[in-house]
Design a protein around this ligand. Structure first.
Ligand code: 13P
Length: 251
């Protein structure tokens, strides 16, 4: 029998947050206190706030993550950031392959695979994002797309300790739309099956997050779906009260 997976609620602040946003983090640290045993919590702020939040979170078990990393450790890549730099600033994880990176920066699954391995090189956990577009869902090819992205983006030496998978349907991100619980169950079950086929027990134990318009009002239903081991939250992670409302789904 496999051990139960401890859920993780991770907030992706995206390109939001000036120094003043640290007060929301402080409120989150306060509110999260006492929930540590039931659910893990992480914030992925813009790179400019990683050090400040990591410093602050020493009083808490809230982890800090980056939002992307370059595949190389150093070099002539103006404006990029390496996994080693994220780690140096206090991050313990990094999101790779978010659909906004795939769309805005043309990142392919091959690129994402390289970034995931870069994260491991620096000792970070990689949170690998996959998800279909509205058009692909309409065409009925969601599971094919998910399968392809999973195969291409997740490196062969992924384990349940170094890798988290986040299913984020592109059409649900920032739109207020969410798949039905049954749709989420179908995709997560398909992800689980392909991870188990490829990685055995490690695939069984890997955390699978759902992301896309998760809010306090829908968190309990979405987090209650089998094989959903937590959430990757965008907009609702910017306010401590909202993220705490989502974390409360595990109370
Ligand atoms: P929203 O929660 O704002 O829909 O964003 C989801 C997301 O992209 C998290 O990475």
């Amino acid at each position: 029998m496999s051990t139960p997976i401890k859920p993780l609620v991770a907030g992706n602040w995206k390109m939001n947050g000036l120094a003043t946003q640290v007060t929301e983090f402080a409120a989150l640290v306060d509110g999260y206190s006492g929930m540590e045993d039931k659910v893990d919590c992480m914030i992925c702020p813009p790179a400019t706030l990683i050090a400040a939040l990591a410093n602050f979170s020493q009083e808490s078990t809230i982890e800090i993550g980056g939002q992307n990393c370059h595949a190389s450790a150093t070099g002539a890549h103006t404006g990029d950031i390496s996994a080693e730099m994220l780690s140096d600033a206090g991050a313990t994880s990094v999101i790779v392959g978010h659909s906004e990176r795939r769309a805005d920066h043309g990142e392919t699954s091959e690129d994402v695979n390289r970034c995931a391995r870069a994260a491991w090189r620096a000792g970070l956990v990689s949170i690998i994002c996959i998800g279909e577009t509205a058009e692909q869902r309409k065409q009925g090819i969601t599971l094919d797309i998910i399968g392809e992205q999973l195969l291409g983006s997740v490196p062969d030496d992924a384990t349940s300790s170094n890798c988290v998978i986040a299913y984020e349907p592109v059409w649900a991100i920032g739109t207020g739309l969410t798949p039905t619980a049954q749709d989420v169950a179908d995709v997560h079950s398909s992800i689980r099956q392909s991870l188990v086929r490829r990685f055995g027990d490690e695939g069984q134990q890997m955390r699978l997050l759902y992301g896309g318009s998760v809010k306090p009002a829908n968190a309990a239903e979405l987090m209650g779906v089998i094989d959903v081991d937590g959430a990757l939250v965008g907009g609702a992670s910017l306010k401590a009260a909202d993220l705490l409302g989502i974390l409360n789904a595990y109370e």
